[in-house]
Design a protein around this ligand. Structure first.
Ligand SMILES: Cc1ncc(C[n+]2csc(CCOP(=O)(O)OP(=O)(O)O)c2C)c(N)n1
Length: 370
C-alpha cells in the first residue's frame, strides 16, 4: 500500500522497510526523544526558578513526531520547526546548551540573546527561524519548496503545525497552492487534540488528513506516539516529494501532555483522557520495544537515559554560565549589510555547509542511500 491512494491509507500504518533503520539508528531515535524530554524538563525547572523570562512551551508527549520526522530528511532538506518540535532541532544538530541559553536570553543562545523563547532557527543546519503567526510556516515551506522545484533540485521542505492551524484561512491557501504546484513539501500535522483550550470537535468537522484529497494530494494518518510509524510515513512522503510526486499531509495523532504553556493548568482537559495517553508515552513505549523487539539489553536502554541526563545537566551548566548579551549586536542580522544578486543556487538559504548538519541526519540518510 502506498500513500498515493489517500483514501486507502487513512488510519493505516505505512509498512517500514526494516533496512531503513539500523540498530544504531534506533538507539539514536530513543536518544533524541529522551534528549528533548530531558532538556524541556530542565527548561521548565529553570522557568520555575525565575531564570526564564516570559513564557515557556514544551512538547511533552509529542517527542516521537519531531524526532521521527526530522530523521527522515537528508542534510540538504529544509525544516520549518514550531513550538512543540524541539526534537527536530536536536536531530539537525542544535545542542541543548544553546536551546537552554536561548530560553534564558543569554548570549550563548541560538539567537545570541535576541529572543528569549523558541523563535529561533539555525540556517547552517537547515532549520528556518520560527514565525509565530500560525500557520505562516506552511507558507514559508511552500516558498522554499517552490524555489527547489524551479531550480530542479531534488530537495524537500517540511513543516510542522498543530490542529489549530488547520482551521485558519492561510492554511487552506497553503494546501491549495502546494497541491496546484505539486510542490516538494511535507506537511506534518501534530494533532494533539487541543489548540490551546479548543478541542478537535470545535476545530473541524472533516479530519485534515481526509481534506488532503480535496487539495489533490495524499493524506496519511499515523500513530504520533510511535516514532517508527512517524519515520515511515514521513520517509515515504519525502521520497515522493523528491521524485516529483508533490506534497503529502501526514497527520500524527498524539496528545499535548502539558498545558499550552507553563502558565496553563489545562483544567479543561478531562483527567481520564490524559491518563489514557500517559499509558502511551512515546519514550517508554519505544524503550520497551527496543528491548522486546529489537534485542536491546535493558542496560543499553538505561545507559542511553543516563548519558542523556548527564549531557543535558552539563549543557544546563554551560547555559547558566553564559552571560547576558551585550546590547551592541542586537540589530545585527536585522538589515542586510550588503546586497548581492541571488544567482542560481546562491540564495541565502541554500548556502549552508552540508558537513555542519547534525551528525544523526547525515549519517542515517547516507547509510540508507549507500
Ligand atoms: C494567528 C495566531 N493566533 C494566535 C496565536 C497564539 N497561539 C500560539 S500557539 C496557539 C495554539 C495553537 O494550537 P495548535 O495549532 O493546535 O498547536 P499546539 O499549540 O496545540 O501544538 C495559539 C493560539 C498565534 N501564534 N498565531
Amino acid at each position: 500500500m502506498t500513500l498515493s491512494d489517500a483514501s486507502a491509507v487513512m488510519g493505516a500504518a505505512v509498512p517500514l522497510d526494516p533496512a531503513l533503520l539500523t540498530r544504531a539508528d534506533r538507539a539514536e531515535l530513543l536518544r533524541y526523544m529522551t534528549m528533548m524530554r530531558t532538556a524541556e524538563e530542565r527548561a521548565l525547572s529553570l522557568y520555575k526558578q525565575g531564570k526564564v523570562p516570559g513564557s515557556f512551551y514544551d512538547g511533552r508527549g509529542q517527542e516521537a513526531i519531531s524526532v521521527g520526522a526530522a530523521f527522515a530528511l537528508s542534510p540538504r532538506d529544509r525544516l520549518c520547526i514550531l513550538h512543540r518540535d524541539l526534537g527536530a532541532h536536536f536531530v539537525r544538530g542544535v545542542t541543548p546548551d544553546r536551546y537552554l541559553a536561548n530560553y534564558m536570553g543569554r548570549a550563548g543562545g541560538v539567537t545570541g540573546g535576541r529572543d528569549g523563547n523558541l523563535h529561533f532557527g539555525a540556517r547552517e543546519l537547515g532549520c528556518v527561524g520560527m514565525v509565530s503567526m500560525l500557520p505562516d510556516m506552511a507558507l514559508v515551506a511552500n516558498g522554499m519548496a517552490l524555489a527547489m522545484k524551479m531550480r530542479g533540485e531534488p530537495r524537500v521542505a517540511l513543516t510542522f503545525f498543530g490542529d489549530g492551524s488547520t482551521a485558519n484561512g492561510q492554511w487552506h491557501e497553503a494546501m491549495n497552492f502546494a497541491g496546484v504546484q505539486r510542490l516538494p513539501v511535507v506537511f506534518v500535522l501534530e494533532n494533539n487534540h487541543y489548540a490551546y483550550s479548543t478541542p478537535n470537535e470545535l476545530e473541524f468537522v472533516v479530519d485534515p488528513a481526509r481534506r488532503a484529497e480535496g487539495y489533490g494530494f495524499a493524506g496519511a494518518e499515523v500513530d504520533g506516539n510511535d516514532v517508527e510509524a512517524v519515520f515511515a510515513a514521513v520517509h515515504e512522503a519525502v521520497e515522493r516529494a523528491r521524485a516529483g510526486g508533490g506534497p503529502t499531509l501526514v497527520e500524527c495523532q498524539t496528545m499535548r501532555m502539558h498545558g499550552h504553556g507553563a502558565h496553563d493548568d489545562m483544567g479543561y482537559v478531562p483527567p481520564e483522557l490524559l491518563a489514557e495517553w500517559e499509558a502511551r508515552d512515546p519514550i517508554q513505549l519505544y524503550a520497551a520495544r527496543l528491548i522486546e523487539e529489537f534485542g536491546f539489553a535493558a542496560e543499553e536502554v538505561e545507559r542511553i537515559d543516563a548519558e542523556v541526563t548527564a549531557y543535558v545537566a552539563a549543557c544546563a551548566e554551560r547555559a547558566l554560565a553564559s552571560p547576558l548579551p551585550e546590547p551592541g549586536p542586537a540589530l545585527e542580522g536585522v538589515f542586510a549589510d550588503r546586497w548581492e544578486p541571488l544567482g542560481d543556487g546562491a540564495a541565502p538559504w541554500s548556502g549552508w555547509a552540508e558537513a555542519s548538519a547534525g551528525a544523526a541526519v547525515g549519517a542515517a540518510v547516507e547509510r540508507r542511500a549507500a
